[in-house]
Design a protein around this ligand. Sequence first.
Ligand SMILES: [Fe+2]
Ligand SMILES: [Fe+2]
Length: 462
Amino acid sequence: MSAPLDFYLITDLHHYAHSLGITGEAYEKKNHREQLCLAETGPIIDAYIDKILEDKDTKIVLVAGDVSNNGAMESHLDLIPRLKRLKDAGKRIFLITATHDYYVEGNDVGKPVKLVGAEEIPAEYTQREQLLDLYHEFGLDEAISFHEESHSYCVQLQEGYRLLCLNDDGDRTFCGYSKDQTDWILGQIYKAKSDGEYIFGMTHHPTLPPMPLYPVISIHDMLGDWDNTTTVLADAGLELMFTGHTHMHNIGLKTTEKGNRYYDVNTSSLVGYPSNMRKVRIDDNKIEIHSISVDSFDWDLKGMTVDEYTKHHFSFMINAILDAAAEDIERFADLAESFSMRHEQTYKLKAPIMFVGKGLRKWTLGSAGKLLGVSKYIDPSVKDIVARDIILELIQNAFRGNEPYYPDTPVYIAVSAILDKVAKILSHFKKTKDIVPVLDALKRTFYNAEPDDYELTIDRKK
Ligand SMILES: [Fe+2]
Ligand SMILES: [Fe+2]
């Protein structure tokens, strides 16, 4: 019997130092393309730190990577004193870094900049190797084993409990574990088991899909070879992994062919929508996972709650993209760059983009159902819902977690009848056949697969 283990977990702090610029045209432009808060990150992080400090009994805090905005050195140097407040109060922090924490010279994406008036000027960037020194006191100094190539380490959290802090940032083209790293991980799991200790992990990239559509549209954001890797880990005896990166709040479960369970507890960004941290207790019988958010932070929230404020910021960009698709192709091209669509590509697709953009505003579930001959599946209570609103809500719900539209709800029945009919039509043509599985994944994204994404108790004896 060992004493229960208690800890907090925060992730994707994406801290943005105010010295990089929080006013002016260039800042406004960047802010409008951001799904996460930018100038507000410091106050939000401080509010969560205050909340953790109120809890005198819990001594451990995990941080799952992407701690800075694009690896600007100024952001790291502004974040570290904030984390030190936790240390000074006797907390132990175990932190990993990820791809947003450094920059590789010559890369087109993620270059840290300072925003001065309308200008973007290069900011001092952080190299991957520098992160080891910067954050050494936040976990690495307690390592009982260190995997140098990947910057991964293993720690003894307390008697009976070990944590694998797995860095999976690769070289920005591949995230995942090398053969050598995998061997080291399996060695650590084996060692913990043979010493009679419970071992679990933390890694930045999602190891199970946070929503069915995720691997279809963002496969490169998943941990490399995720399906096979999680089977190997689960069969070796690791059942619990904490992840970040997606900015979505989700808990995923898979059971391997050999019957071993594996949970991925994916936590939303502290500075995004929804803003949450996890509070976890593990004892000999069970694992209890809770979600906690702050009630306020030191910022003008314009009369909104924290949840409304982060949601407003999050939806602003999606609304802007949907509006631009209908009205302004140049603005759309500009915004589409933030999800890797090039200007030329956008202009080439101008006609279909604007057709769909305009259509989304006027098509309702009722009119689409009529057009496709599936009216009998469209309940009167949902027939006036506009396609654009469904899309916006689907995206918000996917990030928020516990997505509500289960297969017996009128929205799901209507949407699935429409999507099934579209899939049937597309399956007849060679060019569009490949879209059919995407539509199926889209349908499954309307509701939450078990388990609950916010509050979960796992029976360890099962
Ligand atoms: Fe990330
Ligand atoms: Fe992130």
